[in-house]
Design a protein around this ligand. Structure first.
Ligand code: IMP
Length: 434
């Protein structure tokens, strides 16, 4: 018989930037541990507490809460100097890092990976992916090709020298020293220096799968924080315009080293509209002045790269797909306040491809790029939602919008974001009520 586990997974259901940082921050108030399980410093999770804005790239969003154990699990690809920088930035803001554990199995982003990322993007010319240029693709590729290093390798300096020499010799046969951009000694020093700084700050490198399983087995509340979104998943996203990790709920098992039955609850985060950074098809994209209105009001600019995000209406075809891939058990809806003031809202209810109706999200990008969205128009609301703490006080049309989403996805909404700050939130049901 299964024990009851206190675990929640928070997943992005669109192309990332759904506002997961804020939802995780809220849920982590009552969590014992927060675990990042995928992606790297390509992610940008914004948490606003009082007058301070924190932007997390590699650190779990629970880090602002002192009592929480923060874990960077195996599935996260780690740029160690970038992590040190992120921690030092937080320290400048008066946040001292406590209880941070990193998997000894996590792959490294080495200094040449961001260079290769930029170099490959340049060479792709018309087929650019629009990456964040943080080296994520090249670093995961090297790891899968078995030409990389794991954090644990740094703990034994002799072994590290042997491995880095082997890898560098191999890489130099394929790439010129110039395109690698760094000499072996520089790579070695950058990693050793970073790991020593982390150790001085009390960061613990360990078998995080053991730690996470022990926490879950002892009944602790463990929150798993996804980076990016379902449609950026390496398998289930809009390939090749995706990131290189598993962004979906299934990624938790691989990334954190837990069995599927240890996942109790999966919350899908849906932004009240859609956005996308980088290239790739986007059927519900808005091309008129409404996009500008939403972009400005919702501050839709990349956290990592500051690129303006493309903006679109809510796409129910894509969301039904995300529900299926992740089996969401509930929904958190964010940035509803951004839609206030729009007279009419549109939602995509289906696609038309070569005259035929499609209601499943297509796997072929060639099909998706030619899908025409079928829109349904619904009335918007004028009222400002800031300060509303009770769902029954929302404008009638906002409630109708929410009910439509619940019905389409056959999933209940548990949390509603009504503004950027921590307190701009309606908790319909306590997420830890499992
Ligand atoms: P990469 O992850 O840097 O390789 O970028 C691949 C694609 O994923 C690009 O379209 C990026 O804009 C997108 N991407 C990566 N991380 C994020 C994120 O945190 N939010 C939104 N898009 C992202």
């Amino acid at each position: 018989m299964n024990k009851e586990f206190n675990t929640i997974v928070v997943i992005g259901s669109q192309w990332g930037d759904e506002g997961k940082g804020k939802i995780i921050d809220i849920i982590s108030q009552n969590a014992d541990a927060v675990v990042r399980f995928n992606g790297g410093n390509n992610a940008g999770h914004t948490v606003i507490v009082k007058d301070k804005t924190f932007k997390f790239r590699l650190l779990p969003s629970g880090i602002v809460s002192e009592k929480v154990i923060n874990i960077i699990a195996t599935g996260v690809i780690v740029n160690l100097p970038a992590l040190v920088e992120e921690i030092e930035e937080l320290e400048k803001n008066g946040i001292k890092i406590k209880n941070l554990y990193i998997s000894d199995r996590s792959p490294l982003v080495l200094p040449y990976h961001p260079l290769l990322d930029k170099f490959f993007e340049e060479k792709r010319e018309k087929s650019k992916i629009g990456t964040t240029a943080r080296g994520i693709g090249p670093a995961y590729s090297d790891y899968i090709a078995r030409d990389s290093l794991r954090i644990g390798d740094l703990l034994d300096k002799e072994y590290f020298i042997e491995r880095i020499t082997q890898i560098y010799d191999f890489k130099s046969k394929i790439l010129s020293e110039e395109s690698l951009g760094y000499k072996i000694k520089e790579i070695y020093n950058s990693q050793i220096e970073a790991i020593e700084k982390l150790s001085k700050k009390g960061v613990i490198i360990t078998d995080t799968s053991k730690l996470i399983n022990d926490l879950i087995d002892s009944g602790k509340k463990v929150l798993f924080e996804a980076a990016q979104g379902t449609l950026l998943d390496i398998y289930y996203g809009t390939y090749p315009y995706v990131t290189s990790s598993f962004t979906i709920a299934g990624g938790v098992c691989v990334g954190a080293g837990i069995g599927p039955q240890k996942i109790k609850k999966i919350i899908g985060v849906i932004k009240g509209y859609t956005s996308r950074v980088g290239e790739g098809p986007f059927p519900s994209e808005i091309h008129d002045s409404i996009a500008e209105y939403i972009r400005e009001k919702g501050q839709e600019y990349g956290t990592v790269t500051r690129r303006p995000r493309r903006v679109g209406w809510l796409d129910l075809v894509a969301l039904r797909y995300a529900k299926r891939i992740n089996n969401f058990t509930s929904i958190a809806i964010t940035k509803l306040d951004v839609l206030s003031g729009l007279e009419k809202l549109k939602v995509v209810v289906g696609y038309r491809y070569k005259g035929k109706l499609i209601d499943e999200f297509p796997s072929s990008l060639n099909v998706l790029k030619d899908c025409e969205p079928i829109f349904e128009e619904i009335p918007g609301w004028k009222e400002n939602l800031l300060g509303i703490l009770d769902i029954s006080r929302l404008p009638q049309n906002t409630i109708k919008y929410l009910e439509m989403i619940e019905k389409e996805l056959d999933t209940k909404i548990e949390i509603i974001g009504t503004g950027p700050e921590r307190n701009d939130i309606i908790i319909v049901k306590d997420p830890w009520e499992l």
